[in-house]
Write a protein that binds this ligand. Sequence first.
Ligand code: ASP
Length: 582
Amino acid sequence: MYRSHSCGELRATDINTEVTLAGWVQRIKDLGSLNWVVIRDRYGITQLVFDEGRSAKELLENSKKLGREFVIQIKGTVIERESKNPNMPTGDIEVLVSGLTILNEAQTPPFTIEDETDGGEDIRMKYRYLDIRRNPVKNNLMFRHKVGMLVRNYLSTNDFIEVETPYLIKSTPEGARDFVVPSRMNEGQFYALPQSPQTFKQLLMVGGMDKYFQIVKCFRDEDLRADRQPEFTQIDCEMAFVEQEDILHIFEGLTRHLLSEIKGVDIADFPRMTYDEAMKTYGNDKPDIRFGMKFGELNEVAQHKDFKVFNDAELVVGIAVPNGSSYTRKEIDKLIDWVKRPQVGALGMVYVKCNEDGTYKSSVDKFYDQEDLAKWAEVTGANPGDLICVLSGSTNKVRAQLSALRMELAERLGLRNPEEFAPLWVVDFPLLEWDEDTERYHAMHHPFTSPKPEDIALLDTKPGDVRANAYDLVLNGNEIGGGSIRIHDKATQALMFDHLGFTPEEAKAQFGFLMDAFEYGAPPHGGIAFGFDRLVSILGGQETIRDFIAFPKNNSGRDVMIDAPAIIDKEQLKELHIKLDL
Ligand code: ASP
């Protein structure tokens, strides 16, 4: 038996008990005739004492051969500590060691295995197994497990069944590139790794599974934006015989359950907003509604003077920054520089200081009088003491820019409290989205999303106006889930493929299996998928998903620990029928 107790377990009630512990050497304090060692395992730490007076001299000598991160096993007696440590669960006791075995030696770790480590991100990733010994990472992984269990329990209780779907499949379009795997047995042919189990979960509905879920890996070969992983985990779900309302109801329940179990918060309100409203009011389809600074569209009150910049703009829009009128000229210039950064891309910014005395001072006083500016204040909801920031340009761009500014200011003003949770359903997404590069409509969600029946007639005349039965769940400005009611008849699916520019032959080659399945009694169905990594990180009160993934990839999609991706040898390439022209 390697151990009788864990290193986090012993209390004052265990005093005088003979115990065996096993773990890693966390710390060594050598006081000559007295040696203290702290031993650690997943469950905690315990202080060990090697005392010349009370334990054998030889043992004390042995303990001096220890180094940090050695794996040891000790036998000893639990004794009361002289100076107790109330911050440590085992702080009332220590173990007087009577036997020590070194189970394995260890090199000095490249960074300290402490909560506050001296190791930078790169070195921690290279030695991730050492990083995982640290409390912050270990606790995050345990937290992830807990969230996973809560999800599984909630869904199982609600009659969902977890079914595994294959990883070696054919492309499932979710708007990214596929990772592909060459087939040795089928020369020149490739599998694609799933961007999501979308088509399989729909087939499970045709198969009568009724309620499916899976906590599942998905793979998307995207240019990695900050905090994205090429492989990530979804809570993937599908339900048969449901309307949008049924799905929102169940997943509102899941979100409430998680927030109440983990955070102890009961969400009173689960508001909904249409996509159009979200874009108009927050310039964004995943608005953080924990704070105001709603958009005020100013075209009507700003395009009647000689200010050409505004007159030429498709949209003039502003936000009122609370208490911003006290910003100095320098501070405002800095804000202007911020919106002009290439990442934001505004050409400039007009501002209005709303003075406490009810007067206004703007950067465009040449064109606008007090009466004009009072109207701007009214539209943006600005109070005396606020600062109105106004951007102008083409609608989509300017909305994205002002939304970035709104989030930045909220961050600076401390309005994004990680302990406050504000979920929001965004509904009625457009079915199609115009893509400038390919000059074609793309499915905004994916090609299996059902149009709203009342909008189908618009497909031929105004495809951009067709709304989908699609919804996203937003939490604190992050999209944590998205889904839709699906098309479940062959004719509508064929119509959709046609509008997405697939010829009937292409559609058949790629999705014939789904169209065929629709001929055998597909029930009405719909579903949703939550991004599990993001959900866990938000519930854990942190922003980066990497911190909640055991072995994450870096920003270039590399695993620096195992050094992947890597070159494979010629033999292997040959077997796979791949000729590289290097
Ligand atoms: N497959 C979708 C996604 O990965 C989710 C869904 O429609 O259920 O975003």
